[in-house]
Design a protein around this ligand. Structure first.
Ligand code: AMP
Length: 210
């Protein structure tokens, strides 16, 4: 299963990707997590990406296309993968086509902007492994500590309300056209993502037929 998760920032792509990853035993490739790791390690790529990310803008296409094309050659991607947060522009989707990547399904998780803005203020991420939590909807077992790796849970800098509004604008302008792009290829499934994690997971599994 080669799967793309589409949706606005905070729609629940990362959360659903973790669940699907465990169910289908295929890796999640999150360009956001890879970029945050690069920033933490102060790599050349990280230093370059930071200013775009802090401002809620997209990192240039060639950077993320480079990251994903490298990552897809790894052994663990042979039986499939979940792309979380890539593609985010039509140019990135075309780059995947040019690489010969045959996507089986694109699930678009739909949540309206006002719900996203409310949601983002409660989101916390593990600074070590990138797992995501929510102070109301997905609490860790111990407050402030990642269940998976014991890392510290922090508020992402780009989850600040004014940056969230910029990210939503970028989503509508640059990423949402991908819904039509993949619909035209006949591989798009749009599902509601506004009523809780479990209900969304049920719809995701139904779309996947698992
Ligand atoms: P995310 O964790 O998916 O919300 O991504 C956080 C930030 O990383 C985005 O706001 C962008 O600045 C950058 N980013 C992640 N994936 C991409 C992508 N496919 N194209 C461009 N920028 C990206």
């Amino acid at each position: 299963m080669k799967l793309i998760l589409l949706g606005a920032p905070g729609a629940g792509k990362g959360t659903q990707a973790e669940i699907i990853c465990n169910k289908l035993n295929i890796p999640t490739i999150s360009t956001g997590n890879i970029l945050r790791e690069a920033i933490k390690n102060k790599t050349e790529r990280g230093v370059m990406a930071k200013s775009f990310m802090d401002a809620g803008k997209l990192v240039p296409d060639e950077v993320v296309v480079g990251i994903v094309s490298e990552r897809l050659t790894a052994d663990d991607c042979k039986n499939g993968f979940i792309l979380d947060g890539m593609p985010r522009t039509v140019a990135q989707a075309k780059a995947l086509d040019d690489m010969g990547v045959q996507i089986d399904m694109v699930i678009s998780i739909e949540v309206d902007d006002s719900a996203i803005e409310r949601r983002m203020s409660g989101r916390r991420v593990c600074e070590a492994c990138g797992s995501s939590y929510h102070i109301e909807h997905k609490q860790p077992k111990a407050e402030g500590v990642c269940d998976s790796c014991g890392g510290k849970l922090v508020l992402r800098a780009d989850d600040a309300p004014e940056t969230v509004r910029d990210r939503l604008r970028v989503y509508h302008e640059q990423t949402e056209p991908l819904v039509e792009f993949y619909n035209a290829k006949g591989i798009l499934k749009a599902i509601a993502g506004d009523d809780g994690i479990d209900a969304t997971t049920r719809r995701v599994f139904e779309a996947l037929g698992v």
